[in-house]
Ligand binder design. Structure first.
Ligand code: NAD
Length: 482
């Protein structure tokens, strides 16, 4: 590890370093990400070593001693100041995010603004001790004490929003955090870490970038007390297994296979447009994207016509082009995975309602595609492609559609679309998912717990329950007389 010292001359576009113990540090080996729209290499970033991990954990442990004693209001203020600091660089971070992640610039800017909003909103949550019992004789108080050092492991689809959603609750509750971005999208997160040094003491917010060794090193290390992980169900299981060896706390935010159930009384044109948007946003690379669309059989044909017409209007292209809705798939590995669903079209004799073919051009672009009534046990209905290809299915009986919607190991989100609020509420309450919406989907709120049922996750993040997930509970039983 080499040290560059100052973090004062902040420039979003230049110099990508680890932040360890308040300093920008370099590594002997470096690597680079790839702009997914052009296939061109981006700037070099550190490849952290085991020594870097040891150094960051030691710095975080040292920082814990003082940071955990800083009054809550001061920790909340530091997070709000950090939010103000990030807000000054929204356009720059947006541009950097488009170059590394691929998403259209307006959505990249939106993601940075969401990160700012999450930092602020989480810092506004009242987090006082609670007196749960009081009489002449005794008082019983429940308080929440910080765990120690935490690690935030972040995926490549929303690197800034999800990192902010881990940094804020961790440091507000008194826990220094080490952020590990995905090797596919390290740039914005390294800059978040650098910027954070202006608002937090050394060791409170650190960021390490690396290759595929880094995540396992962090989860296995005896130092950290909690892993807050967002990523695939497959990796989440490995994280839990590794963390179990030292009984680290884990929060796992994992994959999804969200159903949307469309009832027959909806305004077809409006709802088809909304469903298409919520299935294809971020090129389908959202844990909470709509991934199965169940349309009532009475309106199926008209709905298909409307969603096909809408999908045809969606522009695919490089994120800086005007009017682009779908940027490229973020990386080559994911691109190849999404393309396997396209290879299955012919093999499985799926009917294509729209899309179905991809142009052979540079960049990882995929045409938004709808598969018309595939079998319920087909891959496109049971697996998460994490790309812009989605099945359109039909239903007529409420019990049957609920059973099919719930017939998955996933349980992240689900929605019901109806103007009959009684019917919508009846259906919504039977869905097995951590977030259930009526007449919308994907809308999340920093004041509401976010987490998955079944194999979509363990625990929840954000809101007061998210803050508590970075703490031990402690019950104080105070007898008034000895
Ligand atoms: P991924 O599981 O491949 O990687 C996530 C992170 O884990 C990356 O930083 C990666 O480097 C790291 N990692 C990989 N192997 C590891 C290991 N053995 N130990 C520790 N860390 C390791 O996921 P991805 O491909 O980056 O993201 C896509 C997936 O994430 C999708 O399944 C999506 O649904 C899910 N996701 C879930 C949420 C949610 O909040 N529930 C949000 C976004 C994405």
């Amino acid at each position: 590890m080499g040290s560059l010292g100052s973090t004062k001359d902040f420039d979003v576009f230049n110099g990508f370093y680890n932040t360890i113990n308040g300093k920008l540090t370099t590594t002997e080996k470096t690597r680079h990400g790839t702009n997914p729209a052009t296939g061109k290499p981006l700037a070099e970033v550190p490849v952290s070593t085991q020594q870097d991990v040891d150094d960051a954990v030691a710095a975080a442990k040292a920082a814990f001693k003082t940071w955990s004693k800083v009054p809550l209001a001061d920790r909340q203020k530091a997070v709000k100041d950090f939010a103000d600091g990030l807000e000054k660089y929204v356009p720059e971070f947006g541009k950097l995010l488009t170059s590394e992640q691929g998403k259209p610039n307006q959505f990249a800017v939106g993601e940075i603004q969401t990160g700012v909003h999450w930092l602020r909103a989480l810092a506004d949550i009242k987090f006082d001790e609670q007196v749960v019992q009081e009489d002449d004789d005794k008082q019983v108080i429940v308080r929440y004490t910080p765990l120690g050092v935490t690690v935030g492991i972040v995926p490549w689809n929303f690197p800034v929003h999800l990192a902010c959603g881990k940094i804020a609750p961790s440091v507000i509750t008194g826990n220094p955090i080490i952020i590990k971005p995905s090797p596919f999208t390290p740039y914005c997160d390294l800059k978040l870490g650098e910027l954070a040094q202006q608002y937090f003491p050394p060791g409170v917010v650190q960021v390490l970038s690396g290759d595929d060794n880094l995540g396992p090193w962090l989860t296995a290390h005896p130092g950290p007390d909690k892993i807050s992980f967002t990523g695939s169900t497959f990796t989440g299981k490995k994280v839990m297994e590794s963390a179990s060896k030292t009984l680290k706390r884990v929060t796992l935010e994992l994959g999804g296979k969200d159903p949307a159930i469309i009832c027959k009384d909806v305004d077809i044109a409006t709802v088809a447009q909304k469903i298409g948007t919520l299935a294809f946003l971020n090129s389908g690379q959202i844990c909470l994207a709509i991934k199965r669309i169940y349309v009532h059989e009475d309106i199926y044909e008209k709905f298909r016509e409307a969603i096909v017409a809408f999908t045809k209007t969606l522009k695919v292209g490089e994120g800086n082009e005007e009017g682009v809705f779908l940027g490229p798939i973020q990386n080559s590995m994911q691109y190849e995975k999404v393309k396997t669903f396209f290879s299955d079209i012919e093999k499985e004799k799926w009917n294509v309602a729209v899309g179905g073919k991809n142009e052979d051009k540079p960049g990882y672009f995929i045409t938004p595609t709808i598969i018309d009534k595939p079998a319920d046990d087909s891959r496109i209905v049971t697996e998460e492609p994490f790309g812009p290809i989605v099945p359109l299915l039909t239903w007529k009986d409420e019990d049957d559609v609920i059973a099919r919607a719930n017939n998955t190991k996933m349980g992240l989100g689900a929605s019901v679309w109806s103007n009959d609020l009684e019917q919508a509420s009846r259906l919504a309450r039977q869905l097995e998912a951590g977030s259930v919406w009526v007449n919308t989907h994907l809308e999340v709120d920093p004041n509401a717990p976010f987490g998955g049922h079944k194999e979509s996750g363990v625990g929840s993040e954000w809101s007061i329950s998210g803050l508590r997930s970075f703490c031990n509970s402690q019950t104080l039983y105070l007898k008034k007389r000895a």
